[in-house]
Design a protein around this ligand. Sequence first.
Ligand code: DP6
Length: 324
Amino acid sequence: MQATAKAHTNIALIKYWGKRHESLILPTNNSLSITLDGFYTMTSVEYSQDLAADQFYLNDEQITGVAYERVTTFLDLVRQLSGKQIYATVKSTNKVPTAAGFASSASGFAALAAAAAQALQLDLTKEQLSRLTRQGSGSACRSIYGGFVEWEKGSYEDGSDSYAVQIASEDHWDVRVAAAVVTATEKDVSSREGMKRTVDTSVFYDGWLTSIAADLKDIKAGIAAKDFEKVGQITEANCLKMHATTLGAIPPFTYWNDATMAVMQTVQQLRKSKIPAYFTIDAGPNVKVLYLPENETTVLEALKTCPSVTDVIVSRVGKGITYK
Ligand code: DP6
């Protein structure tokens, strides 16, 4: 009754931004991501009849409070599925700078779901595993797969048709993503809180929603044709639209700081000198930059010499869940 799973984070090119159901984690729009090989969570889950409650260790430290509650509430779902009332010791190692806009919840819940289901021999299909994982953290349902992945929002009230599917494997196209780290401090407004405030109050939210279908159709065509400029342009514009919704919320907020803006300008400058590079930003100040392998030296040089950047971490397109 023990299993270990490894999951990578993913970066959304078309963002998930808003829920139609809070506790089931059902999104208002489809999203599309690349799984990244540079960041991952490795999690082992061991069930035991001797435990009276779940235990959770992250990077060798026992976790209590809100982070523990999210894990044990998620394990309740796995218990429900298995019909077994049995508790577990969860040990995770995170190779992700937590809560600074790097989606540690994505690799975290994907690895937890996979290890917990495997330890109880639930024998889930990828689709079932993605649907289960979604209920831990929305973006995590995409990390079940490698390569290019779409999360279909679904329309059923019970969420049974809301899960991710792979649209192209990790071998389809060698694009690179450089994560430019500008700060590693905890963020003020979590993605969960930020998207809720935006859905509830932003005057720009409807505009965001009506633009998604066209972005998705175009980016999927771009990925299939390996048209880097098309994919990059849609990615950057979709990111800017998502972040624009936060400025129309009440109270307004932004995830950007001056360093974020400096990196965005560096990327625009690269394009002026004919290097195709495009940025995207999640719910935090760090910037992820998409580029092609032949431009790696130039792109990394530009990012590393940007005064506000403290670290640059390169990812290739990564694999889905693996088991040890
Ligand atoms: C901006 O998946 O962290 O990164 O479902 O509430 O756990 P919950 O939110 P989460 O939100 C991710 C938002 C985003 C965009 C994306 O990854 O698509």
